[in-house]
Design a protein around this ligand. Sequence first.
Ligand code: HPA
Ligand code: ZN
Length: 319
Amino acid sequence: MPLPKAELHLHIEGTLEPELAFALAARNGVRLPFEDTEELRRAYLFEDLQSFLHLYYALMAVLRTEDDFAELTDGYLARAAAQGVRHAEIFFDPQAHTARGVPLATVVEGIARALDTSEERHGISTRLIMCFLRDQSAASAMETLQAAKPHLHRITAVGLDSAEAGHPPSKFREVYEAAGALGLRKVAHAGEEGPAEYVREALDILGVERIDHGLRCVEDHELVERLARERVPLTLCPLSNVRLKVIDVLEEHPLARMMDAGLLCTVNSDDPAYFGGYVGDTFHAVREALGLTDERLRELARNSFVAAFLEDDEPRRAR
Ligand code: HPA
Ligand code: ZN
């Protein structure tokens, strides 16, 4: 029996496995620049976040209809359930779809259709987190937030993802203020490729409740102390960090040291179709590479429920 756990850092578009990508391409008459799934898989050698994002956005071309989004999401939930996931908080990237002419309603209703049957079909409770692409303008993020108003009953929180360097959280101050006023909770990617200072900005300027990644906080001792004191959850993604060359090898991942420093760490899969494993695989990999004890693994699983937007619908850290 895999350890029951919550997954808190998962991009639904990053669960698009090569087999489904080709099936949807055929169904929708989209031509992919790869001959077959093997050639596609061979392209999964990334130099950095940007080189991954290039392929991640390109493959999304196959996602066109509500059925496509429902099938993508249900497939993820089935695989996650097999690895012990009991609760999933799922990111989606609306701008990556609306920019291709796919209406926001198609995306949200397709994903939501799968989420609506998730407890019954897979035993997984869910929340949906709408991410803004930080390498797009703040105005575009604000338009996306406005366009999402008819769908807010489906959406728990806003997040911030895509190319981090040069796109600090402060760029999205007004958007996050507006999201908070609409009753949405807040998270943001920070400190993946960007500096520790972006983690501070996400907390102090955006008022986020969790930091996605946050890995580079380890470069700033005072920040680590603050994150530990304030019990700010970090949604770490160790396999992603290796594949995107944020760290060299898994054996050098600071996860164990971060837990020793009192940080509220969780372990997640990020974009599992691209990074070599779902969250159960990730637990297994860190156990092997870092020699984590069973007690440490149970702590990570416990943390995932503590950090989840589960127990109530009120922001935990009012700002
Ligand atoms: N980082 C930033 N943006 C992303 C990622 C990531 O790991 N995956 C999908 N969008
Ligand atoms: Zn991510």
